[in-house]
Design a protein around this ligand. Sequence first.
Ligand SMILES: C[S@@+](CC[C@H](N)C(=O)[O-])C[C@H]1O[C@@H](n2cnc3c(N)ncnc32)[C@H](O)[C@@H]1O
Length: 232
Amino acid sequence: MKSTEKYLHDLKQWLQNTSDSPLEEMSDFFTKRLDDYEEHMLIWEKSYQMFAEVLPLKCQKILDLGCGTGLELDQIWKKNPDIEVTGVDLCQSMLDILLKKHSDKHLIIVCQDYFKYDFGYDKWDAVISFESLHHFLPERKKELYQKVYNGLKRGGVFVLGDYIACCDEEEELLRSVYLKRREQFAIPDDCFVHFDIPLTLEHERELLQNVGFVIEKVLDNPDGATILIAGK
Ligand SMILES: C[S@@+](CC[C@H](N)C(=O)[O-])C[C@H]1O[C@@H](n2cnc3c(N)ncnc32)[C@H](O)[C@@H]1O
């Protein structure tokens, strides 16, 4: 594992080298990389397995935010093929792959922005999200986490697996570059772009706690995704 200093040095170098690359619209970004998406994500294989392992066995009805081609669902259904899943994603081409892989499962797909999708109230045993929410500013995430909280049944869990910033400096650096580049490329406010703006673990926990969640467990996996289990 790299030291924080070396990691930040390489990140700054990369940001400098890519400073003229235009920001790509979110759904276009994933559609263009569809052919080798699953292979590329193999680096997270262990994290997907851990993610499926922490989902409580009693969960029957789950909502997956940014399900993509369903790499986390592959593992979850391996453990419990009867789980009913509603998967929300902006990108139809990713959802088409998910549908092709799992046409035999209890699966509803929704091609929509999860900020706009109605989660309902007291409806889900679990809401899950893997490697999707690090593209959004904390103000937007707060609004989403409130919807997740309201949508969960009492005793339900939000299982979040995501890229977490290693320190305040990384969080602040990426956020400032993100805001600068949106301005530089005149990106309209309502357009989602693919650029990583992860929060630190401390800030992610705070956001969840501020809407009422109790953090039940954190699997801080330095070589993969950090997984938080937040209970209602
Ligand atoms: C890195 S992929 C992760 C997909 C899947 N969870 C996995 O781990 O393979 C991020 C996914 O989030 C989706 N996404 C990003 N922003 C979204 C939004 N606002 N609403 C719905 N889906 C979104 C993207 O389209 C993409 O499929």
